[in-house]
Design a protein around this ligand. Structure first.
Ligand code: SF4
Length: 767
């Protein structure tokens, strides 16, 4: 049965605001999850599909990268937002050639991303040729030929860019980077460039590997867990269960965030009896920090830890660990002892008592985990901030110890695995040499472009072909006007997608939409069922098996799309066995086993009860593969954003009804925002000081020193308990405010959590 799509688009006039909630999840979350799932899939398909999410022989949730428990799995191993992600993908609604014949590209471009996503699954490959007003169907071989001909016609392989979204499974990612490098370029931007690149850069320098050092079981063994710049209640909801279990086992949780997010305050675990009655408070301490003040916090804490060490020598600094495993301690100590605590209080907005209390907890804890997400990474000084968090843990000997370590919490479900499989514009020589030796090819060595550099290249005409393996590039990236112009500047844009999105409507001179299987779909190659594998935030790799009959026989798996394109591009005599890879994904995993470090015996290990965990030398045996051979204390000058009078520092964020660029619905239930999205959350005293009233309609104008005026119009002011001087609004609506060149130092990540804005009254056009 194909269900009718809703036809009504967002009407911002429907906005209603209620007080923020103080409890996350609970019965309401279950009800919302089931309602959305049944609406999209019907009762039977809902029951069959949700029963398999995150189960051992089921499929990996296409939502976030939070790991599954290693022990017993409950019948419902998903959260409200996981259920929404599954419902979006497994929907029975379809977008057919008839749909495209009815709706012109111009008409669709006027719809919201929410409306586009609600139309359903793409069913056929479609093409838009120069001068066309509507997409029309194209046969698969012709689509592949069109791409291959265009690629072959480029003057240089570097004129093409190949983007990857974090949903892409390991097998596809491995083959995709192999295709791209066989073609002759390292232009492999990915969504990680825009989220945890700062984490990877910082951790690689500090501990020699850009991944987190904790496992899911460490949470229950921790004394102290700091959750900084992160909203797990919406973005990684099952993390709340891990935090709740840690608290039951005696851990203390400190939340560090500009907004008092509901999930950090109260949590009702719908899987427990207690969750249906009282719920629990997650954060024992809430440090409501000013945007961008985290680096100051970590440095201030370090200074207080050194003072505590002076008062009781040998009790705070883990001398054995520092002397044996680290480098740069003396310089770090000198710098931290000189930190100005008054400046720290100014930068953070915290009190001296809060700082001292937190330092006491850190000094007393025998096992500390620091978790973080975009609140830290998308700052101008995001890399240095994460280095300072890591410094604190090194000082206390908290790496490679049960219940302790660094925990960057990844967003999209396989974003970490894609990087492991080689999706990076600057993979190390050892990886490229292994590829060459495995396949008898010569891969390019010159580094490619990341996301920001790709946009610059397309804008300037240096890149002419864009291929997107999943994702919604135009809505995920900053500086929307620039990014849209960059894509329109391309000769060809190709989007491999499950659903309609804005990136199909902002296109090159020729555009292709290639419909693909999702995680939930049965993947048959020559009649044999295939499985894919993924890696979670804690380096666990496991299989994912879709079982739903695809909504159209025209859908191809991402692996098949890559292999068929490669055959068209390179011909049948290419040294890579593309045709065999397409027929049997075990053969891809065998190749991965020989090329990718830590993946030996991949096919056997990935079929183990929980899959397998990739090696992590600092976690496993306190081995640090840095240039010094030790963990490095980084030394940084304190940085924090100053906000001029009359201005606000804006962070862009998701609503609770949203995952990355996918908008599932119009309720940000926990924050009390309903039916609309163009809102800006501002402290009530700032609203008054700027001469506005709650509910006024305003334009947001960002200020950056490039002379370009970036404005988004007609946002409603909502009084909210943000820190003074800080504001928040949803993306992608506010992406136009983030300048392309406003990036984090060293990681090139757009700094969406540090956009200086002013508010102006919105002038409604004359009737
Ligand atoms: S926590 Fe993340 S991976 Fe788990 S069910 Fe929710 S969205 Fe999916």
């Amino acid at each position: 049965m194909h269900r009718k799509p809703p036809t009504r688009d967002i009407d911002e006039a429907d906005l209603s605001v209620s007080p923020p909630k103080d409890q996350a999840a609970g019965v309401t979350a279950v009800a919302v999850a089931l309602e959305r799932a049944v609406e999209e899939m019907g009762v039977l398909r809902t029951a069959r599909t949700l029963a398999r999410v995150n189960q051992r022989h089921g499929f990996d949730c296409p939502g976030c990268a939070w790991p599954e428990p290693t022990g017993h799995r409950r019948p419902a191993e998903f959260c409200e937002n996981g259920a929404k992600a599954v419902a979006e993908e497994a929907t029975l609604r379809t977008v057919t050639p008839e749909f495209f014949a009815t709706h012109s590209v111009a008409e669709l471009a006027g719809k919201s991303g929410y409306w586009l996503g609600q139309q359903g699954r793409l069913t056929h490959p479609m093409v838009l040729r120069p001068g066309d007003t509507h997409y029309s169907p194209i046969a698969w071989p012709e689509a592949h030929r069109l791409i291959a001909d265009t690629l072959r016609g480029l003057a240089d392989p570097d004129e093409a860019v190949f983007y990857t979204s974090g949903r892409t499974a390991n097998e596809t990612a491995f083959l995709y980077q192999l295709l791209v490098r066989s073609f002759g370029t390292n232009n492999l931007p990915d969504c990680s460039n825009m989220c945890h690149e700062s984490s990877g850069t910082a951790l690689t320098g500090s501990i020699g590997i850009g991944k987190g050092s904790v496992s899911i079981d460490d949470f229950a063994a921790a004394d102290l867990i700091i959750v900084a710049g992160q909203n797990p209640g919406t973005n990684h909801p099952r993390m709340l269960s891990a935090l709740a279990a840690a608290k039951e086992a005696g851990a203390r949780v400190i939340a560090v965030n500009p907004l008092p997010e509901t999930g950090l305050i109260g949590f009702r675990d719908p899987q427990t009896v207690k969750g249906f009655t009282t719920g629990i408070t997650i954060a024992d301490d809430f440090l409501q920090i000013r945007l961008g003040g985290d680096m100051a916090l970590f440095q201030g804490l370090a200074r207080l830890l050194f003072e505590a060490e002076d008062r009781a020598p040998g009790t705070v600094v883990d001398r054995m660990f520092v002397d044996t495993h680290t480098a740069g301690f003396a310089e770090y100590e000198k710098q931290m002892r000189a930190v100005d605590l008054d400046e720290v209080l100014l930068a953070t907005g915290l009190t001296r008592a809060q700082l001292e209390h937190t330092a006491r907890l850190l000094a007393a804890s025998e096992a500390t985990i620091i978790c973080w997400a975009m609140g830290l990474t998308q700052q101008r000084h995001g890399v240095a901030t994460i280095e300072e968090a890591t410094n604190l843990l090194l000082l206390r000997g908290m790496i490679g110890k049960p219940g302790a370590g660094v925990c960057p919490v990844r967003g999209h479900s396989n974003v970490q695995g894609d990087r492991t499989m080689g999706i990076w514009e600057k993979m190390p020589e050892s990886f490229l040499a292994a590829l060459d030796s495995e396949f008898g090819i010569t891969t390019p060595r010159e580094h490619g472009w990341d996301t920001v550099d790709c946009i610059r290249a397309m804008r300037d005409g240096r890149a002419k072909v864009f291929v997107g393996m999943g994702g919604n590039f135009v809505s995920a990236t900053p500086d929307t006007a620039v990014t849209e112009a960059a894509l329109r500047n391309c000769e060809l844009t190709v989007q491999v997608s499950t659903k309609l999105n804005r990136s199909h409507l902002v296109h090159g001179r020729t555009a292709l939409i290639l419909p693909t299987l999702g995680r939930t779909d049965l993947d048959l190659q020559d009649g044999v069922r295939q499985q894919v594998s993924v890696e979670d935030s804690m380096s666990m790799v496991h299989l994912s098996t879709g079982r739903l009959r695809p909504v159209s026989e025209q859908l191809r798996s991402e692996v098949a799309i890559v292999c068929e394109l490669a055959l068209e591009l390179f011909g049948p005599d290419h040294p890579v066995p593309w045709a065999r890879f397409r027929r049997d994904y075990d053969l891809i995993r065998d190749a991965i086993a020989r090329v990718v470090p830590g993946c030996a015996d991949y096919n056997r290990k990935v079929r183990g009860r929980n899959g397998f965990q990739l090696p992590h030398p600092p976690r496993d045996n306190r081995e640090f593969r840095t240039a010094s051979g030790k963990a490095n204390f980084a030394v940084n000058e304190l940085q924090w954003p100053r906000i001029p009078a009359g201005r606000l520092l804006l962070q862009t964020l998701r609503s609770h009804d949203q995952y990355n660029t996918t908008v599932y619905g119009l309720d940000d239930r926990y924050r009390g925002i309903h039916n609309a999205r163009r809102v800006v959350l501002v402290h009530p005293d700032d609203i008054t000081e700027f001469g506005f009233r709650d509910g006024d309609s305003v334009d947001l104008i960002s200020e950056f020193d490039d002379g370009v005026q970036r404005r988004v119009s007609d946002f409603r002011i909502v009084g909210y308990p943000t820190p003074r001087g800080n504001a928040a609004a949803y993306y992608p609506e506010t992406n136009p405010l983030v300048p392309l060149d406003h990036v984090a130092e060293r990681s090139n990540t757009p700094v969406s959590k540090a956009v200086l804005i002013r508010l102006e009254p919105h002038r409604h056009p004359a009737p």
